[in-house]
Design a protein around this ligand. Structure first.
Ligand SMILES: CC(C)(COP(=O)(O)OP(=O)(O)OC[C@H]1O[C@@H](n2cnc3c(N)ncnc32)[C@H](O)[C@@H]1OP(=O)(O)O)[C@@H](O)C(=O)NCCC(=O)NCCS
Length: 182
C-alpha cells in the first residue's frame, strides 16, 4: 500500500513520510504534561530527533506491510502535526484496536471525533475489518466520549485483568453501515 491520505474538512490525515520527524517531535514535546497521565510510553519522552526519524521509518514500513497502521493528523497545509491515530491488528484480519492522541493545543475542537469517523471508513471499507475496539481508562473521560459519540457499544470493564482499569468499547461493521457510513 502506498502513501495513504484521508481528508476531512479540517484535517489532513496521512501515513508518515520520511521527513516527518520534526513535526512528530514537536507534537509530542509540546504536550508532555497532557500526554503523560494517559500514555505510558510518553514518560520516556522527549526523544532525540534521530530516534524520532527511526520511528517514522518503522511506521512507514509497518503501514506498507499491512502490519500496523499509524496516521499523523496534520493541519491541511501540512505545516503542523495535531496528533496521531493508529490501528493495531489484534486478531487479524477482522479484529482491530484503535488508539489516538492530540497535541495539547488541539483539544476541544472536535478534531479527534472527525479523525476517528474518517479512519473508520478506512478500516471497515479498505481493511475489511468486522470488529474494532477501543480501550479507555476509567478516568480518561474525554477519551471515552469519542467512541460514545460515534455509536461504539460497551463490551467490557476490565478492572484488574490488565495494568490499568479500563472500559472496552466496540463497533461492528454492521453498526457502522447502519449509523455512520451515510
Ligand atoms: C483523548 C483526546 C484525543 C480527546 O480530545 P478532544 O479534543 O476532547 O476530542 P475531540 O477532538 O473529539 O473533541 C471533542 C470536544 O471538542 C468539542 N468541540 C468543539 N468544536 C467541535 C466541533 N466542531 N465538532 C465536534 N466537537 C467539537 C466537543 O464539544 C468536545 O468537548 P466535550 O467533550 O467537552 O463536549 C485528547 O484529550 C488527548 O489527546 N488526550 C491525551 C492522550 C489520550 O488520552 N489518548 C487516549 C488514550 S485512550
Amino acid at each position: 500500500m502506498g502513501l495513504k491520505v484521508l481528508n476531512t474538512p479540517r484535517l489532513l490525515i496521512r501515513c508518515y513520510q520520511l521527513w516527518d520527524e520534526v513535526l512528530l517531535k514537536d507534537a509530542i514535546d509540546s504536550s508532555l504534561d497532557h500526554l503523560q497521565p494517559w500514555l505510558e510510553w510518553s514518560l520516556s519522552e522527549p526523544e532525540t530527533l534521530e530516534r524520532k526519524k527511526e520511528r517514522v521509518i518503522e511506521n512507514i514500513q509497518k503501514f506498507k506491510n499491512w502490519e500496523d497502521w499509524t496516521f499523523g493528523i496534520f493541519t491541511p497545509d501540512n505545516g503542523k502535526q495535531l496528533g496521531a491515530i493508529g490501528i493495531h491488528p489484534r486478531v487479524w484480519p477482522w479484529w482491530l484496536e484503535i488508539w489516538y492522541r492530540l497535541r495539547k493545543d488541539a483539544v476541544w475542537y472536535g478534531y479527534m471525533t472527525e479523525a476517528v469517523r474518517e479512519v473508520m471508513k478506512f478500516w471497515f471499507v479498505e481493511l475489511w475489518a468486522d470488529f474494532v475496539e477501543i480501550h479507555t481508562s476509567l478516568k480518561n473521560l474525554s477519551s471515552a466520549q469519542i467512541p460514545k459519540r460515534l455509536w461504539f457499544e460497551l463490551r467490557d470493564e476490565l478492572l484488574e485483568k490488565r495494568t490499568w482499569p479500563r472500559k472496552v468499547r466496540y463497533m461492528t461493521k454492521d453498526v457502522y453501515q447502519k449509523r455512520i457510513s451515510h
